[in-house]
Every structure is written in structure tokens, then in C-alpha cells.
Design a protein around this ligand. Structure first.
Ligand code: GLN
Length: 460
């Protein structure tokens, strides 16, 4: 890819104070996340649905394991994807190739069979691994070092993520589960049991729209993310006599290691959203409003919707608090306690489920607390890692961070395998144990705050 002089000038133009390229990346990521969360919204439900309903009739345990392995692999492959973007293709080509592979993945699953499901999932894992870390790299490359707009740019980008995640369950969930859509399929002579695959195909179309935005608006990006020639050896070479890591660097890595453990726990509980809570929504919740029954997957819209709503509020709170704002480990403790409060709502909800379908407000309440927790923990984790990582191991450390998310996702799948909607007391124990673990973890994290602060040194 080459960039003409007038394109470089274009890349310097701004919109709302940010490089115009950010708006390319905002919409590309929005559509990619639409495809990811659209598929996530229906995946587990499709796997556990009866064959007579077009599903695979897997048990909750099998579906949970597959969900866990799949979401684990998505984040794990980002490790290799970041490396390939850095060293082989350059971030821009990696995103393009990743997006194409993702779209093929979704379209493969649009064909109804177990084998196409697994091939499609492998393609999505590979494509997302290429695309996701390299998108973030291009966002970063839009800003010169020291540019004060960088953090705000990442916040806008994170909004793109969640706008996509918010609309995806509405569209893909409706196609997969909507009664009117199924009736329409029957009326045109198509079996309503294949409705799931229209949902998966819609996810693929979302990715294609994202690719169209990325390619047609590429000029806005200027040179950001293009493969650069290797820097002269003198620039990259550091003294070979220098120690591997200084004492301070080891201490900062120690701080990251503590946060790493709590990050695993956070995502293990949070990701019940696409697995056990998703099954709960479809089997145990009264999904009717004014007599109209809506697809249960629509409840997932709240998970991302609350982020879109509250992200600006939380960032304003931090700005207002300025120097007085809590430090990263304290924000982690706040994030985990909010998550614990959220999942604890599932205890009374599960008890009530023994008597019949429960109000959707229970799940909406869970998602509200969880999203406030996510806002205290997820962006804070990312930015703290970038601040604490030794500069020459920045990508590797970020990769390790994604590893903790990956382990969290796997654990989430395994835990959700224990979910059984026919056993309300088992559900109560499962969600109750998650709530207790989160609350115990909050106390532990709070006790560790002084130590982590010490390890972080003068970095806030
Ligand atoms: N919801 C965010 C995304 O999909 C973050 C997920 C995560 O870090 N586990 O990009």
C-alpha cells in the first residue's frame, strides 16, 4: 500500500478534534464487534437447542466447554496476531486479512451442520486474532507520542466496540429467534429451523460492511499501520551488558501479576453473559412486553448498551476527581465488588425461577452492575499494563494480559457447563458461589492495594 502526498495531508485533517482516521477505525471495529457479539449472542443457544428446533442438542456442559474453548482461543490468538502484524504484514494488512477470514468464518456457519460450525469457529478465531490487536495498534499510530488526545481517542474507539456489541443481539438474535421472522420463513417455503443460520449470516454481512468501510476510507488513515522499514540497528540496539530487567521493572511486573489473577476471575464471571445467563434468559425469563414475546438474546443488548451510556459518565468522574481519583488497584477492587453485586442478583432470581418465569429486570440489573464494574476494571487494566510494562517488552506484556482474559473466558465456559436450568437450587449454588468468590476477591484485592501501590512505584 502506498500513500500519496495528498493522502498524508488528508490524514492530518481532524473531525471533532481527532484525526479523521479514527472514524474509519470506529466504524470498522463497530461492525467487526457486531459480527463477534452477534454470533456470541446465539452460539450457545443454537448448540443446546433441540434438533427439532434446528439446534445441535448438545448438553449445557458440552456447549459451555465449546464456548469456553472458542472465546479462550479468540483472545489467545490475539497474541500471535499482534506479533504477525508487527513483524510480518504490518497492522493494516493484518486487519484486512483478518476481516476477510472472519467474514468467511461467519458465512461458513451460515450453512447448517456441525462441521461447518467448527470450521467457521476456527476461521473466526484466526481472523479475530489478526484483526483485534492490530486495530488497536492503528488507533495508537494515529497519535504522535505525547499527544494528549490519545486516551480520549481510545475511549471513542471503545464506544465503537460497544455500539456494535449493542446492536448485534438485536439483529442476529431476531433472525435466529424472532417468531415473526420464523413465520415469514415458513410462508416462503423455508424451514423455520434454519433461522439460526440467518443470524450467523447477518454476523458475516456485518463484517463485510466493516471491511468496506476500512478499505474505502483507508486514505483517512494516512500511513498509520503501514509496514515500516526496519529501523537502523543502532536505533534498536540496547546495551548488551545491561541487566535483563531492572529491580524496578521486576517490581512493576509483580504489580501486573497481581492484577492478572484478579482479571481472570473478573472475566470468568462476566462471560456468563453469553453462556449460562444466555440460557437462563431463554428458558427462565418471561420475555414478553405488552403481550409481545421478544427474542431472549435481546437482553444481551443491555450488557454493551450500559457501557455506551455510562462510559462518558465514568470518565467524567475520573477527570473531576483528578489527583484524588482511586489508584488502579483500588479501581480493580471496585470493579470486582460491582461484578459480585451484579451476579449476586442471580441468587434470588434463581430461587424465583423455581416457581416460574422471572422478570427480565433481574438480568438487566445484573448487567447494569457488571458494566459499571467493567468500566472500573477493563480500560484501567489495559492502560495500567501499558504504563507498567518495560518499554522493550510492551507487546509481550500486553499479550500476557490478553492471556489472562483468555483464561478467564475458558473458566467462564467451564463454570457455565455446571448450569442446569432444570435445577433451581443448583443454579442458586452456582451463582451464589460466584458472588461469594467475587466478594472474597474484593477483600483480598483491597488488602493487597498498599502492596501493589508500592510495587507500582511512582506510576499512578
Ligand atoms: N468488550 C470488549 C471487546 O469486545 C472487551 C472484552 C475483553 O477485553 N474481554 O472488545
Amino acid at each position: 500500500m502506498t500513500v500519496a502526498a495528498n493522502d498524508t495531508a488528508l490524514a492530518e485533517e481532524t473531525f471533532a478534534g481527532h484525526p479523521k482516521g479514527l472514524f474509519n477505525l470506529f466504524f470498522t471495529e463497530m461492525w467487526e464487534r457486531f459480527s463477534y457479539y452477534g454470533m456470541r449472542a446465539i452460539l450457545v443457544l443454537y448448540m443446546v437447542a433441540a434438533v427439532s428446533d434446528g439446534g445441535l442438542a448438545l448438553t449445557n456442559k458440552e456447549a459451555g466447554q465449546i464456548y469456553g474453548l472458542y472465546t479462550m482461543a479468540v483472545y489467545l490468538s490475539a497474541l500471535a496476531g499482534g506479533f504477525i502484524g508487527d513483524k510480518v504484514f504490518g497492522a493494516r494488512r493484518a486487519v484486512l486479512l483478518g476481516g476477510i477470514i472472519i467474514a468467511f468464518g461467519h458465512f461458513t456457519i451460515a450453512f447448517a451442520s456441525t462441521i461447518t460450525l467448527f470450521i467457521g469457529m476456527v476461521l473466526i478465531v484466526l481472523g479475530t486474532g489478526l484483526l483485534k490487536p492490530n486495530m488497536a495498534t492503528i488507533v495508537g499510530a494515529l497519535y504522535k507520542p505525547g499527544d494528549m488526545r490519545r486516551d480520549a481517542g481510545f475511549s471513542i474507539f471503545y464506544m465503537g466496540v460497544n455500539v456494535g456489541a449493542m446492536f448485534a443481539p438485536l439483529v442476529c438474535g431476531y433472525l435466529a429467534q424472532g417468531e415473526e421472522f420464523k413465520a415469514w420463513l415458513s410462508s416462503v417455503g423455508i424451514s423455520p429451523h434454519v433461522s439460526w443460520h440467518f443470524g450467523f449470516a447477518a454476523a458475516g454481512i456485518g463484517m463485510v460492511i466493516g471491511l468496506i468501510v476500512f478499505v474505502t476510507q483507508a486514505r483517512l488513515l494516512g500511513t498509520a499501520g503501514l509496514k515500516t522499514k526496519a529501523a537502523p540497528a543502532a536505533v534498536v540496539e540496547t546495551s548488551t551488558t545491561a541487566e535483563f530487567l531492572s529491580r524496578d521493572e521486576w517490581r512493576r511486573l509483580g504489580a501486573i501479576a497481581v492484577l492478572f489473577v484478579f482479571n481472570i476471575l473478573f472475566w470468568a464471571i462476566y462471560e456468563q453473559g453469553g453462556s449460562s445467563l444466555n440460557i437462563f434468559a431463554s428458558k427462565c425469563v418471561d420475555n414478553t412486553i405488552f403481550g409481545w414475546s421478544f427474542p431472549s438474546t435481546w437482553l444481551q443488548t443491555f450488557q454493551a448498551g450500559f457501557i455506551v451510556l455510562f462510559a462518558p459518565v465514568i470518565s467524567m468522574v475520573w477527570l473531576k476527581l483528578g489527583d484524588k481519583q482511586p489508584t488502579a488497584p483500588t479501581k480493580f477492587a471496585i470493579g470486582i465488588v460491582l461484578l459480585g453485586l451484579g451476579i449476586s442478583l442471580m441468587v434470588p432470581a434463581s430461587m424465583l425461577a423455581a416457581q416460574g418465569k422471572v422478570s427480565p429486570l433481574w438480568l438487566i440489573g445484573v448487567f447494569l452492575f457488571e458494566c459499571l464494574g467493567e468500566l472500573c476494571l477493563s480500560p484501567v487494566g489495559l492502560s495500567t499494563v501499558t504504563k507498567l510494562a518495560p518499554a522493550r517488552f510492551a507487546s509481550l506484556t500486553m499479550g500476557a494480559w490478553y492471556l489472562s482474559i483468555s483464561i478467564g473466558n475458558y473458566t467462564a465456559g467451564s463454570l457455565s457447563g455446571l448450569f442446569d436450568e432444570k435445577n433451581p437450587s443448583g443454579m442458586t449454588t452456582l451463582f451464589g458461589s460466584m458472588a461469594v468468590s467475587a466478594l472474597v476477591a474484593t477483600v483480598l484485592m483491597a488488602l493487597l492495594v498498599p502492596m501493589v501501590k508500592k510495587l507500582m512505584g511512582n506510576i499512578k
